[in-house]
Design a protein around this ligand. Structure first.
Ligand code: ADP
Ligand code: 5GP
Length: 201
């Protein structure tokens, strides 16, 4: 059986990762979303156990001690982590799993899982990035400034990824990611069993 794809999507805050990933998940029911844990407070529309598992710092530290994370990182003063949650077994069963995580976490995952698919989402411009974060209305001026200040350095780390997708429109970005997934599923290295013809004539 084909092993599932471990799909990792990163990009500077406000690029539209959450929005584009939601579309991918709606369009591709065979892809499962890895729900991260975080110590950040929920935004008004967010539900515990859906967008994130919202934990206290003590709870998060307990999960670290219990080795419950594939990776974790501190991002903008909060902890975020990918629960192990049987990821390896699920991939071996053929499930595709999508992780939407920051660059530090993604590079850690890449070291552990080099056959994952690493996709970096780029904003069309820094001006557009700023107006998207402002438009989302979730950041105070200090946190907005911090995210923008970090964006250029974060984007440079995208050079370590496999694919660069510009989020100009949600539909374009989602289509491009779907094209990447189609190509990845067709890689010879992932399809050795299809070559297993027996001499029959
Ligand atoms: P991220 O998850 O990368 O921090 P979000 O998905 O929260 O970003 O998107 C940030 C804001 O930009 C949201 O208000 C979202 O509706 C908007 N947005 C996302 N993608 C696009 C796009 N292609 N064009 C215009 N606005 C977008
Ligand atoms: P936000 O607070 O806007 O939801 O996310 C802030 C940043 O944390 C984003 O870059 C997002 O990709 C990242 N993030 C979300 N979940 C995880 C995770 O499990 N691990 C890591 N390393 N980063 C995460």
């Amino acid at each position: 059986m084909r092993k599932g794809l471990l799909i990792v999507v990163s990009g500077a805050s406000g690029t539209g990762k959450g929005t584009v990933c939601k579309k991918i998940l709606a369009d591709l029911p065979e892809v499962a979303y890895s729900i991260s844990a975080t110590t950040r407070k929920p935004r008004p529309s967010e539900i515990d156990g859906k967008e994130y598992y919202f934990l206290s710092v003590d709870e998060f530290k307990a999960w670290i001690a219990e080795e419950k994370f594939l990776e974790y990182a501190e991002v903008y003063g909060n902890f975020y982590g990918t629960p192990l949650n049987k990821i390896e077994e699920r991939l071996n069963r053929g499930e595709d799993i999508l992780l939407e995580i920051d660059v530090q976490g993604a590079l850690n995952v890449k070291r552990k899982c080099p056959d994952g698919v690493y996709i970096f989402l780029l904003p069309p411009s820094l001006e557009e990035l700023k107006s998207r974060i402002e438009g989302r209305g979730t950041e105070n001026p200090e946190s907005l400034a911090r995210r923008l200040k970090n964006a250029v350095a974060e984007i440079k780390i995208g050079l370590e990824y496999d694919y660069a997708v510009v989020n100009d429109t949600i539909d374009n970005a989602a289509e491009q990611i779907k094209a990447i997934l189609t190509a990845e599923r067709l890689k010879v290295a992932r399809n050795a069993e299809k070559f297993d013809f027996k001499e029959g004539f």
